[in-house]
Design a protein around this ligand. Structure first.
Ligand SMILES: Nc1ncnc2c1ncn2[C@@H]1O[C@H](COP(=O)(O)OP(=O)(O)OP(=O)(O)O)[C@@H](O)[C@H]1O
Ligand SMILES: [Mg+2]
Length: 1010
């Protein structure tokens, strides 16, 4: 339920969006006229063309026919990248382009191994030649190529400038107007490589050689030779640089034309000549002919007394004779006389001035015309591919389109006849193709109404009955035939034809518009009125036999090839121009009929060669004469659009969930499923065997728009998927990085922990070791332990400070720190006063230097009521003789005892202790002073290894301050009442204690820097 609602919303959205897109598209019209809804309206057609032209979109399709409007400006749409863009792409996938037509023909040729032609038609200046060059360039750039075949490609490309130099001219309509029709075959080998070519030319406009209208020029090559030719060459040809000097070049009064650079073009042509196999001799002969035409034009005739033509100045004759390799006198005679064949003999009679001019011009035209044909053949021989493996071809037909001027003559008649024939081919091919397709697809054929112009072709070409035959008859008829008599014959023989009219035959309304000398043909494209003036002469294209003979004997090789003796010997009349043209046209159609066609219709937007000017009137006229509406009608008769199921499905499969992203069944079923889903109505389409046929353009637009809308969604989805993919990739990368970081971090932490543990083990070990050795003198083993204990104690003191100032009870330090208290006392007594103090600092005090076991038990017993606090071995010096004796000094709480083995030699009660003296030197002498009034023995003179320790312990036990006296030089001591001894302290190189001559005890210590 939910799903279907969602789908409805989606479809609605598609429709809405579709309308918006339609108006947007309207701005540049449709790129295929078949998709015009109002396909029968010429205004709609012109509107569409204009919209596109204003956006510089010069190409539009009618099905597979390309309509091209000459932009008259460089649009930048012929770059190599554009060529690559169109290469191998489905025809309708890209905007219309001449490259698409070329590529389509090429692909079909390669895949189906058949021959193709591209017919390019349009008015003069509409861009036919440009289009054919673009196609040739497209093949040159995009087709595969091998090194050895590059030359063939270059020749194909370079044949163009040569042909254009000899066959193109400036006209009022086009600065580079092709004055001949051209069909060029490009031959491809089995690999699709262009390997050769063949050119056929049609109806070169020879009259231009001798006459040009105001503002027009002769063929380019004359001007190029004069502007660009080397000095020596011009001298050899007897030519001057200034084109104004030549009558054949200056009648149009525009010999120097700023838009044309003859000098540069000469270089291009010269270069092309060298590539397409022209030898120096060929060029010499060729330019000899070109120069002789110019000289011919400058021949001046005069009339003599008998009214015969003469040539007083033979300067030009000499040059022509030299250049063409004929005898000057013979040439002179041939130009002023005519051979008349009587029954058995030839009579030479002089020509009038008028006929001489005619003969001269006829010679110039014939020489140029035949040389052009020779040139085409020569180019063909250089383009020929000598390898006879099978080849396929693409033909390019660049031919004049319908011509309708104010005055239309024999040339227009031929050209328009040619267009009738080509139109017939197109209608037949298109209709036939349509019908064949319907049949093949099993779709019912709906007859199309169209005008079959075969009736007009017949009117012109039918044997014995057609206009050309009548003209030929009139040309050979004995008696005085004139253009007027020709017109009368026409009225007589084809007067009843529905497509033929003359002034006489027309009703009263039509009469006014037709002249006395004119006839009118109702061509398929519209009516054209032809003036018969000159028809006979142009059809005859007469060159006097006399002149022909001269030319046949020419030493110029090219001319000899052009004018064959056999022609003279053949007594039959050569075919007329009209018949020749008819024949060559029918062989052209034979060539075309066996090939697959593509069409390009060129339109020129204005008469002034200006960009961005769209002349509605002119364009309507061309649309009409190119038969575009007719063509569109035929194309649109049945279905506007058809496409192979595979292609249709491939393009639109995203519109239906069943076919997206892949449809695995048969394409036809997929298409059916798809169009059912998007809601095609039964009248909108038909399903053939391999193709879907869509009747109305709007159905296709709706589908296109839906696709456009869908594309956005698809793009969003693809983007989302892509982004999520990117995101996931990024996430995985980050995750891996995080895992790696974590692993490294954990490793670092673990290493740190192990370090800490090792450190802890070390510390604990050290602590234990320190504890074990705590009572030893300060050494590395206990150093830190003691620092630790000390620090701990001091920190602990914070919480156990004495409550009042009077309270002297401090927290009792740990055993090893009692030392410190004692050290403080030592410091107060000795710091700065006695040598050796500083060294003593790191010697921890011991509790006692004598174990109780080492004290004699008797002594112990004697002092058992007092607790022994400290004991140390000392040397006691007798007060009189200073004899040294080993003693023990034992301190209790009450008294100090000097003990000898089991005897207490002296007991000094602390109450009787008066003071203690030491020297300031490094000796161990200490004197304990006693009160003289006591029953004491006298002062004890002792020497002790642990002097600082012993004095400190004593002082602390006595609990009296300032009892220690550190003397300098000597001290007095009490021996017995009234008797004192002296100890002198001195320094010397070695320690000594001795009694001096004065009976004093002398103590010498070594002075060391501390
Ligand atoms: N596609 C184009 N892009 C730009 N300019 C163009 C294009 N086609 C034609 N032109 C211009 O128009 C001029 C006439 O074109 P082109 O010579 O092809 O006409 P044409 O149809 O061959 O005429 P004619 O029948 O006289 O030979 C060219 O010289 C060129 O300046
Ligand atoms: Mg041209």
């Amino acid at each position: 339920m939910m799903e279907s609602k969602k789908e409805d919303v989606r479809r609605k959205h598609i429709r809405l969006h579709m309308e918006g897109a339609l108006t947007a598209r309207d701005k540049v019209g449709v790129q295929d006229f078949v998709l015009l809804d109002a396909y029968t309206s010429e205004s709609a057609f012109v509107d569409n063309l204009r919209k596109r032209f204003n956006e510089n979109l010069i190409y539009t399709y009618i099905g597979t026919l390309l309509v091209s409007v000459n932009p008259y400006q460089e649009l930048g749409i012929y770059t190599v990248s554009q060529m690559e863009l169109y290469q191998g792409v489905n025809f309708f996938e890209l905007p219309p382009h001449v490259y698409a037509i070329a590529d389509n023909a090429y692909r079909m040729m390669c895949s189906e191994l058949n021959n193709h032609f591209i017919l390019i038609s349009g008015e003069s200046g509409a861009g036919k030649t440009e289009a054919s060059k673009k196609i040739l360039q497209y093949f040159a750039v995009t087709c595969p190529m091998t090194q050895s075949l590059q030359i063939a490609r270059d020749r194909l490309l370079l044949s163009n400038p040569v042909l254009e130099a000899f066959g193109n001219a400036r006209t009022l309509r086009n600065d580079n107007s092709s004055r001949f029709g051209k069909y060029m075959d490009i031959q491809f080998d089995f690999q699709g490589i262009p390997v050769g070519g063949h050119i056929i030319s049609y109806l070169i406009e020879k009259s231009r050689v001798v006459y040009q209208n105001q503002g027009e020029r002769n063929f380019h090559i004359f001007y190029q030779l004069l502007a660009g030719g080397e000095e020596e060459r011009l001298a050899l040809l007897g030519l001057e640089r200034d084109p104004q000097l030549y009558k054949y070049l200056s009648q149009g009064h525009c010999a120097k034309e700023s838009s044309i650079n003859d000098k540069n073009d000469w270089k291009t042509v010269s270069n092309a000549f060298s590539v397409i196999d022209f030898t120096e001799a060929d060029l010499e002969n060729l330019f000899g002919i070109i120069a002789s035409v110019l000289h011919l034009g400058n021949i001046c005739f005069e009339e003599d007394d008998q009214g015969c033509a003469t040539i007083p100045d033979t300067h030009e004759i000499k040059w022509i004779a030299k250049l063409l390799g004929v005898h000057p006198a013979v040439l002179l005679e041939a130009l002023t006389h005519r051979k008349i064949e009587a029954k058995t003999e030839e009579v030479i009679c002089p020509l009038t001035l008028e006929l001489s001019v005619y003969a001269r011009d006829a010679m110039a035209k014939a020489v140029y015309g035949r040389t052009f044909t020779w040139l085409v053949n020569k180019i063909n021989s250089s383009l020929v591919n000598k390898d006879f493996t099978r080849k396929t071809v693409i033909g390019l037909l660049d031919i004049y389109g319908f011509e309708v001027f104010d005055k239309n003559g024999f040339e227009q008649f031929c050209i328009n006849y040619c267009n009738e024939k080509l139109q017939q081919l197109l209608i037949e091919r298109t209709l036939k193709a349509e019908q064949a397709e319907y049949e093949m697809e099993g779709i019912e054929w709906e007859p199309i109404k169209y005008f079959n112009n075969k009736i007009i072709c017949d009117l012109v070409e039918e044997r014995h009955k057609g206009i050309i035959s009548i003209l030929d008859e009139e040309c050979i008829r004995p008696g005085p035939a004139t253009d007027l008599s020709f017109l009368e014959k026409l009225e007589e023989k084809v007067g009843t034809h529905a497509h033929f009219e003359t002034r006489k035959l027309a009703g009263p309304t039509g009469r006014k518009r037709i002249g006395w000398m004119e006839f009118r043909l109702l061509h398929y494209a519209g009516e054209v009125t032809y003036c018969t003036k000159g028809f006979l002469e142009k059809n005859n294209d007469l060159l006097y036999r006399h002149l022909k003979e001269v030319l046949c004997k020419s030493k110029n090789v090219i001319l000899r090839e052009c004018f064959l003796l056999a022609e003279l010997e053949n007594r039959r009349r050569p075919p007329t121009v009209g018949t020749q043209f008819k024949n060559s046209l029918s062989s052209l159609l034979e060539i075309l009929i066996s090939k697959e066609p593509s069409y390009i219709r060129c339109i020129k937007p204005n008469d002034r060669k200006e960009p961005s000017k769209f002349d509605d009137f002119l364009i309507r006229h061309q649309i009409k004469y190119l038969g575009l509406m007719e063509h569109l009608r035929v194309r649109r008769a049945g279905f506007a659009y058809r496409r192979k199921y595979e292609h249709f499905l491939q393009r639109y499969k995203s519109l239906c969930p069943d076919t997206w992203p892949h449809w695995h069944g048969p394409p036809a079923e997929g298409v059916e499923r798809l169009i059912n889903y998007i809601g095609y109505k039964p009248e909108e389409y038909k399903l053939g065997k391999t193709k879907i046929f869509i009747r109305f353009p709007r159905t296709l637009f709706a589908t296109e728009d839906a696709l456009e809308f869908c594309k956005h969604q698809l793009v969003a989805r693809i983007q989302a998927t892509y982004k999520s993919c990117l995101g996931r990739k990024e996430y995985v990368k980050k995750r891996q990085a995080a895992i790696k970081l974590e692993a490294h971090w954990r490793g670092a932490l673990a290493r740190k922990a192990i370090q800490r543990r090792k450190w802890a083990v070390r510390i604990i070990r050290k602590f234990i070791k320190g504890f074990i050795n705590r009572n030893k003198p300060l050494c590395p083993d206990n150093e830190e332990f003691i620092v630790f204990v000390r620090k701990n104690y001091i920190l602990n003191l914070r919480y156990h400070l004495p409550k009042t100032v009077l309270d002297k009870s401090w927290l009792r330090p740990p055993g090893i720190l009692e030392n410190m208290q004692q050290k403080v006392v030592t410091s107060e007594i000795f710091r700065g006063r006695k040598d050796g103090y500083t060294e003593s600092l790191n010697q921890p005090f011991a509790n006692s230097r004598i174990n109780e076991g080492d004290i004699n038990p008797k002594v112990l017993q004697l002092i058992s009521h007092e607790k022994i606090q400290y004991g140390v071995p000392v040397i006691k010096y007798d007060r009189k003789g200073f004899k040294a004796r080993q003693r023990q000094l034992i301190l209790t709480q009450k008294a100090a005892y000097v003990v000898e083995l089991a005897k207490i030699k002296q007991k000094i009660e602390y109450s009787a202790l008066k003071g203690v003296s030491t020297s300031n030197l490094r000796d161990g002498i200490l004197v304990i002073h006693v009160s003289p009034d006591d029953k004491q023995k006298g002062d004890a003179v002792l020497q002790c290894g642990h002097m600082f320790e012993a004095v400190t312990k004593l002082v602390m036990l006595v609990k009296k301050e300032n009892i220690v006296n550190v003397v300098q030089g000597s001290l007095q001591f009490f021996i017995s009442p009234g008797k004192e001894g002296t100890i002198v302290f001195d320094t010397g190189p070695e320690e000594q204690i001795y009694k001096n001559k004065n009976g004093q005890l002398t103590v010498v210590s070594v002075r060391r820097k501390s």
